[in-house]
Design a protein around this ligand. Structure first.
Ligand code: NAD
Ligand code: LMR
Length: 327
């Protein structure tokens, strides 16, 4: 058994929290040999804290051997204390008819306080993953508050989009999802995102050699992946939760597994034609547990450049809206 990992989770009494905590506690995120200490941070609201207590009772009732301790709190200084990982889920989800950017005003401010608290009390090498929407720009806000925890330790989740992209290509090609790889997401976690099909593979072949319907790839495919969150809200009346918790489990597990190639949103540093000010989904390779490098050598087609320009424009707009919040 290795040393326990301290995992701070915000929004643990919410929809995603309910699916996520079981994944972490059962060993699916950090592996079957890694004990966990759960540090659960909710808002100081009687109903939310009572719901959290119920979730904690359920985790206890699972009798998971990897769970060493569970801390419940509404104080960020307690919730993030010595955290090795901070999973920032807690924030308002959108409802029908809203875009994720509509959440910036309500959610953006959360990440100012949480970024400061993480920088003050978390492990100096804490890895922070932002799920709360709009997640790219919330990660930018949180990371900007940090002087001690490096900006590169902050990532935002586009893995749900990557998984959606993979599933849609598998369905179209009539193959199992395990045959599909390199379904990288460029840009924002929003309908403007670009699921970059020219780099995707199906088995040993390029996906574009297996699926030759260019009109579908450039049209319905990009649109289905980009608008999948809204389709789920329309169908369920609530935003995706189990698939989001699953994607976060994949994001963290692959970020801890050297050699894994996957998509995460990071500070763009001006790569692939993005503005250096924005946080964008990019293809990365994990180089060591919790460390990654952006894969820089994909050649962009004219269609890729056009799609990246569109999602970049939206991200620049989000940056302009929140720049007064940046530390
Ligand atoms: P939810 O409303 O069910 O739960 C949110 C929880 O967060 C609530 O328990 C609430 O009390 C808590 N919370 C709010 N502010 C907090 C704060 N400052 N500190 C700690 N806890 C706080 O929402 P949900 O369905 O679990 O979704 C959470 C967020 O995740 C939303 O912003 C949603 O849009 C986003 N999301 C992102 C993705 C993605 O792919 N990046 C996917 C799905 C959902
Ligand atoms: C999703 O993609 O399902 C989430 O970001 C929730 C949403 O608002 O779409």
């Amino acid at each position: 058994m290795s040393k326990p990992v301290r995992v701070a989770v915000t929004g643990p009494a919410g929809q995603i929290g309910y699916s996520l905590l079981i994944r972490i506690a059962s060993g699916q995120m950090f592996g079957p040999e890694t004990p966990v200490i759960l540090q659960l941070l909710e808002i100081p609201n009687e109903k939310a804290l009572a719901a959290l207590n119920g979730v904690v009772m359920e985790i206890q009732d699972c009798a998971f051997p990897l769970v060493r301790e569970i801390i419940q709190t509404s104080d960020p200084m307690v919730g993030f204390k010595d955290a090795d990982w901070a999973l920032l889920v807690g924030s308002k989800p959108r409802g029908p008819g809203m875009e994720r950017a509509d959440l910036l005003k309500d959610n953006g401010a959360i990440f100012v306080g949480q970024g400061k608290a993480i920088d003050a009390v978390a492990s100096a090498d804490c890895k922070v993953v932002v799920v709360g929407n709009p997640c790219n720009t919330n990660a930018m806000i949180g990371a900007s508050q940090c002087k001690r925890v490096p900006k590169t330790n902050w990532t935002a989740m586009v893995r749900l989009d990557e998984n959606r992209a993979k599933a849609q290509l598998a369905l179209k090609a009539g193959v199992g999802v395990e045959q599909v790889s390199n379904t990288f997401i460029f840009g924002n976690h929003s309908p403007t995102m670009y699921p970059a099909f020219p780099f995707a593979r199906i088995g040993a072949r390029k996906a574009t050699e297996v699926i030759t319907d260019k009109e579908w790839l450039e049209g319905a495919y990009c649109e289905t992946v980009g608008k999948r969150g809204a389709a789920i809200i329309a169908a369920r009346g609530l935003s995706s939760a189990a698939s989001a918790a699953n994607a976060l489990t994949d994001h963290v597990r692959d970020l801890n597994t050297p050699g894994k190639i996957h998509s995460i949103a990071v500070s763009s540093e001006g790569l692939y034609g993005f503005s250096p000010n924005v946080w964008a989904g990019m293809p990365v390779v994990t180089t060591a547990p919790g460390k990654y490098q952006v894969i820089k050598d994909f050649t962009l087609t004219e269609f890729c450049k056009k799609k990246i320009a569109g999602t970049n424009e939206e991200l620049v707009g989000e940056y302009e809206t929140v720049k007064h919040l940046l530390g």
